[in-house]
Write a protein that binds this ligand. Sequence first.
Ligand SMILES: Cc1cc2nc3c(=O)[nH]c(=O)nc-3n(C[C@H](O)[C@H](O)[C@H](O)COP(=O)(O)O)c2cc1C
Length: 324
Amino acid sequence: MLFEGKFTEDGFDNRVTRLFGIQYPIVQAGMIWASGWRLAAAVSNAGGLGIIGAGSMYPDVLLEHIRKCKAATDKPFAVNLPLLYPDIEQHVAHIIKEKVPIVFTSAGNPKIWTAKLKAEGITLVHVVSSAKFARKCEDAGVDAVVAEGFEAGGHNGREETTTLCLVPAARSTISIPLIAAGGIGTGRGMYAAMALGAEGVQVGSRFVCTPEASSHENFKEAIINAGEGDTIVALKKLTPVRLIKNKFYNEVQAAEDAGSSKEELEALLGRARAKKGMFEGIMDEGELEIGQVSSIIKEIKPAADVVAELWSEFKATAAAPFSY
Ligand SMILES: Cc1cc2nc3c(=O)[nH]c(=O)nc-3n(C[C@H](O)[C@H](O)[C@H](O)COP(=O)(O)O)c2cc1C
C-alpha cells in the first residue's frame, strides 16, 4: 500500500486533508460566475476547501473577494487561476500580497507559475484532463493534481476521457496527491472516485445549486430541471466546453457544422456570453456551463448541507458499500 486514508473522530486523514489542512477531502471547484467569496467561505467553514474562481474577475474584484473570504472564515481557502487569463500577473500579485495559502491553476502550462508561487510558500494544485498532463504537473513540481473527466461542467479536455477511466490512469502515472473531478455530486460518487485511487474530490456543478453561489437563479433552476442528455461538449474547434443545450448552443453548433473557421466562431460568440447566461440569467442568448451530474441535482440547498450530505453518504457507503 502506498497511500493510506483513514477516518478520524471528526473527519478524514490522508495526504489531501493534510496538504490543505481540512476536515474532509472535499474541494469546491473554482467556477466562473458561481464561486465568489460567499460560496468559498461557506464550504471552508463546513470542513471542505472552498475556492474563489478568479476566471470571471478583474484583479480588483479578486482582491475584494479574497479580503471578504478572509473575513468570513479562519479556515484555509484557495483561488482558482485559469492560466489563459489576460490579467494573470495582477491576480498573482494580489494572491501573494494577501497570503492566499493555496492556488489551483487550470487551462494552461503548469510550469509557468509553479516556481514563483511555490517560492512564496503557496501550495499549488493544477487541473488536468489526461494522465500525460498529470505527469507533466508532477515533473513541474506542483503539490497535487486534479484529474477532471469528460462529465465535468465547464471547459473540458480534448481527450474526452471519463472520470472512471482517467482517475486510475492518473493514479498509476503519478505519485503526488490526486483529486478526482467530473460527475461527482453524491457521497457514493465520492466513494467511487476514492476507490479508483483519488485521495479527494473536486465538486463543481453540485455547488452551483446553493444559495451562496453567485450564479443567477434562472441558471440554478435550469440545472434542477436538466435531465439526461441535456448537456453536451460544444465548441470543440475553439475550447471544448460542457454546457446546457439552448439557443446559444444551437447557433454555435450550426456554425460549426457549416464549417465556420475559428475566427468566424469567435465573432459569432461575441463577448461575455458566459456572464450573460450564468450571471445575468439570459437563458437563450447565454452560455450555461454545467456537468452531466446536473441530471441528478434536484434541489438548491446551502453549501454546508451539501458538504454534510456528501460526507455522511460517503461514510455510510464506506461502512456498507453494497447496500443501496
Ligand atoms: C459553472 C462552471 C464554471 C466553471 N469554471 C471553471 C473555471 O473558471 N476554472 C476551472 O478550472 N474550472 C472551471 N469549471 C470546472 C470546475 O472547476 C470543476 O472541475 C468541474 O465542475 C467538476 O465537474 P462537475 O461539474 O461534474 O462537478 C467550471 C465548472 C462549472 C460547472
